[in-house]
Ligand binder design. Structure first.
Ligand code: NAP
Length: 382
């Protein structure tokens, strides 16, 4: 039975991971242990249908090293601190990680199996031990347009993103909801008066956004009734680190020897858990739209092409419609006025699923098949 330690299970990604594992019956035949950085000794996750025991100390390298696999959704600081200590202690198990800390290390495999099952299989065959989920925005982009990349049709792509609060974590999602509540409270009086003007409502909303007490400690600014066109830290050249990931991680996921240019602006919007992209793709050659739609829709079973009509778009291509769904929706597919090689499209995906938890959950499944239940890969810690 594969022995798996889970760290970061109560965060945004971790809690969706447990939810999905439970829904898919993944805990059957697994020996799970749960850890915490903040409350070791406390109760483990409830409602899993089995006794999850007491929480171990997520910094106890000796305890962690007893597992065949460690799945962590704790964050980059934790990975930076614990992963090198574990490896230095001789632990040779499998590390499956949501954080960005190890993603661009040469020995790390980025996991998104509907898109790069071959890259994952190659990594396992070469004895790789570190498997990381990629950036949520990049994963959703590739889930949406895998068919075009696979067909070798993409000369370059710009992706202008519309990223959800959940991408920043549990506390940020709470802050977005708190901002919405504060705005609702502020606008209640003029909204309650049918004779009040829209300008009166707007004045109340603007006053709430400008108020010192408006909840903004996480995002640093109002996101509700606004948007934030900067995500993550600057890396020079006017670019944010989030914007570099499309190029770096996207090409690494695809295993491209010759990288495809991917760039664009990353923008946080007031959506709860779906990331969206408005893309411009420069095709290597002009191809008819129906062929392009078949390539996109036929790439794997979790992509769904939405008809380019107002009715279908509003019904099926919004964060509200896609939230909680495993399929990534791609619509508004059309050629741009610049010419037949210039394609535009809009994609929406639940970033807590394919952008975060699902690739990790499936990697654990791939590992189980690879190892076979009878052959745990438990490492001998020194
Ligand atoms: P998160 O929600 O902030 O949770 C991370 C940890 O914070 C938890 O495991 C928990 O650790 C602690 N925590 C403190 N207060 C909490 C609260 N009120 N509720 C829940 N947990 C709380 O972070 P995350 O968004 O899951 O991200 C984890 C890692 O995955 C990061 O490296 C992130 O970059 C990466 N990632 C995130 C996403 C995403 O969509 N959010 C997507 C891809 C990758 P203890 O239980 O030990 O206290």
């Amino acid at each position: 039975m594969l022995d798996v330690g889970f760290v970061g299970w109560r965060g945004m990604v971790g809690s969706v991971l447990l939810e999905r594992m439970q829904a898919e019956g993944d805990f059957t035949g697994l020996a799970p242990s749960f850890y915490s950085t903040s409350s070791p000794g406390g109760p483990g996750p409830a409602d899993l249908g089995f006794d999850s025991g007491r929480l171990g100390d997520a910094f106890d390298v000796g305890a962690l090293a007893r597992h065949d696999v460690i799945v962590t959704c704790q964050g980059g600081d934790y990975t930076h601190e614990v992963h090198p200590r574990l490896r230095a202690a001789g632990w040779n198990g499998y590390w499956i990680d949501a954080a960005s800390a190890l993603r661009m290390e040469p020995g790390t495999v980025l996991v998104l199996d509907p898109v790069n099952a071959d890259v994952i299989a190659g990594g396992l065959a070469r004895g790789r031990r570190d498997f990381c989920g990629a950036n949520c925005t990049v994963s959703i982009l590739l889930m949406a347009f895998a068919g075009l990349f696979r067909a070798g049709l993409v000369e370059w792509v710009t992706s202008m993103t519309y990223q959800a609060a959940s991408g920043a974590g549990a506390a940020h999602m709470r802050e977005l909801a708190a901002q919405m509540a504060a705005i609702g409270d502020a606008a209640r009086e003029p909204l309650g008066d049918p004779a009040s003007s829209a300008l009166a409502v707007d004045r109340s909303v603007r006053a709430a956004l400008a108020d010192d007490g408006f909840p903004r400690s996480r995002f640093g600014a109002p996101l509700a009734a606004s948007l934030l066109p900067w995500i993550d830290r600057p890396i020079g050249g006017g670019r944010s680190r989030e914007e570099l990931k499309g190029f770096e991680e996207g090409n690494k996921i695809l295993g491209n020897e010759v990288p495809v240019p991917v760039d664009g602006l990353c923008v946080r919007v007031g959506s709860m858990r779906c990331h969206a992209h408005a893309v411009t793709v420069k095709l290597r050659e002009d191809r008819p739209l129906d062929e392009i739609e078949s390539l996109i829709g036929g790439a794997h079973e979790w992509v769904r092409v939405v008809e380019n009509t107002p009715e279908a778009t509003l019904a099926e291509l919004t964060p509200a419609a896609v939230s909680g769904r495993l399929d990534v929706a791609v619509g508004r597919i059309r050629k741009l006025a610049m010419g037949g090689e210039f394609l535009t499209a809009f994609s929406v995906g639940d970033q807590l699923l394919w952008g975060a938890a699902e690739p990790l959950r499936r990697m654990l499944g791939i590992l189980r098949s690879h190892l076979g239940e009878e052959h745990p890969a438990r490492a001998e810690a020194a």
